[in-house]
Unconditional design. Structure first.
Length: 264
């Protein structure tokens, strides 16, 4: 099972940044993602939100997740070669190990390696993942497709005590690509159904003590709806990127050879 869950806070439950509130602020809520038996964005211990209410999920403006996640969808729609897909669980550790083998180079030699070779191999994966920099030790989440399958993978960082804040610090979940697409569309529709209600609520009732430009709010809600829809529609068609996969495969083999790892 793969499901993106959200709950928007009611307008009077949102603590504004200053004395006004915009569309971004009205997306304040909870977010968690079910991926098989794992839950991404679920804390190991409850944390108090701005109102002092204990929460166990990612507590932030959902617009941040929408922007980051939907930005990678045009790249996710492009199928990657099998050598990348089957080893995605090991890719991060392997490329970091490969990078570390070049630390003794001169600055000029290292820059030549990093910007001319390392990034060439890493970029296709980088374009298919996003971080959670707004959260303490938040996870990096990526999606890679190969033909009719897709893997969702995630990894998070430990705190200063070398402990994870999350019930599922890292993992990989594989599913049918069609199922993934259907769930992303379901989430999009559910989110904007709730945002339409949110905007209508503020339009009719306002928020005591908070200024809201209603005209701008309604306009941005429609603009955001259209811009996210354009990106999500790309999932339904086979995308063709600019990556030279033959060159990428040679770099991947070079990395494995220099890491003294298994061959592909």
């Amino acid at each position: 099972m793969f499901r993106i869950n959200h709950i928007l806070k009611k307008p009077d439950e949102i603590v504004p940044w200053g004395k006004s509130l915009h569309w971004f602020g009205l997306t304040d809520g909870l977010l968690w993602i079910e991926a098989g038996d794992s839950v991404i964005y679920e804390y190991t211990e409850a944390r108090d939100d701005e109102m002092g209410k204990p929460i166990i999920y990612n507590n932030y403006q959902l617009s941040r997740f929408m922007e980051d996640f939907f930005d990678i969808l045009p790249f996710v729609a492009e199928s990657v070669p099998d050598y990348l897909y089957k080893d995605i669980e090991l890719f991060y550790e392997r490329i970091n190990k490969w990078d570390s083998l070049h630390y003794d180079l001169s600055d000029e030699e290292y820059d030549e390696f990093y910007f001319g070779i390392y990034e060439e191999l890493y970029d296709p994966i980088f374009l298919r993942q996003f971080d959670s920099g707004h959260l303490i030790c938040g996870p990096v989440i990526g999606c890679v497709r190969h033909e009719d399958k897709i893997k969702i993978y995630w990894r998070s960082y430990e705190d200063e005590n070398q402990k994870s804040l999350w019930t599922s610090p890292r993992g990989v979940y594989e599913m049918d690509y069609e199922e993934f697409v259907n769930e992303v569309f379901r989430f999009y529709n559910a989110f904007f159904k709730d945002m339409d209600k949110q905007v209508e609520n503020v339009k009719n009732n306002g928020i005591p003590g908070v200024y809201v430009d209603i005209e701008a709010l309604c306009r941005e809600n429609e603009t955001r709806k259209d811009s996210f829809k354009q990106k999500i529609d790309m999932l339904k068609s086979e995308q063709k990127g600019e990556t030279d996969w033959d060159k990428n495969r040679k770099l991947y083999k070079k990395m494995l050879d220099e890491n003294a790892d298994e061959k592909i």
